[in-house]
Design a protein around this ligand. Structure first.
Ligand SMILES: [Zn+2]
Length: 174
């Protein structure tokens, strides 16, 4: 992610051959080594699970975590931790941990997903300079997204399951 990267995590032998970690405009980024078809899995995010409190204790490094439940985070390892945010992403997170291509991706392209599809914690925001025409300028929790964009991500099934469940509870009639 964008800040607080662990250079020590960049051991090349741990990288699946289909992606590489290379410099990009924001430090380091995740790049496709080969083309990916729309819907294809690029990698599975992995790392130890952390509670919200344990995530907070990481300080600036909390940006290297992926929210997978109401109060549960993955402390991301390489190479997934190097996937940067975009407001117009070419990838998304399916089933909480799988990074999948949202369109065909060329070899050499940087792979990015929309961090807001994995965030609903009322805690962390990040300024965005992704440079896309639709850049929101700030990355924040999923409910802050325009409703049309929320529907698009839900339709693509690249929204964390705890977020989908919370949205469902909000609309449930009493
Ligand atoms: Zn942006």
């Amino acid at each position: 992610m964008l800040i607080g990267r662990h250079p020590s995590a960049m051991t090349a032998d741990r990288h699946p051959p289909q992606v590489s970690v290379r410099p990009c405009e924001f430090g380091l980024g995740l790049f496709a080594v080969r083309p990916f078809a729309e819907g294809e899995e690029i990698l599975e995010f992995s790392g130890p699970e952390l509670s919200f409190e344990a995530m907070l204790a990481k300080g600036e490094l909390e940006a290297n975590t992926l929210q997978i439940d109401d109060s549960l985070y993955l402390d991301l390892g390489a190479p997934g931790v190097y996937a940067n945010h975009s407001c117009l992403p070419n990838a998304g997170v399916r089933n909480d941990r799988q990074l999948v291509a949202l369109r065909s991706i060329r070899a050499g392209e940087e792979i990015r997903y929309d961090y807001s599809t994995t965030m609903w914690e009322n805690h962390w925001t990040m300024p965005c300079r992704c440079g896309q025409v639709n850049c929101r300028r700030v990355v924040a929790d999923f409910p802050t997204l325009p409703s049309q964009l929320q529907r698009r991500y839900l339709h693509l099934q690249v929204v964390q399951r705890f977020i989908v469940e919370r949205l469902r509870q909000q609309v449930r009639p009493r």
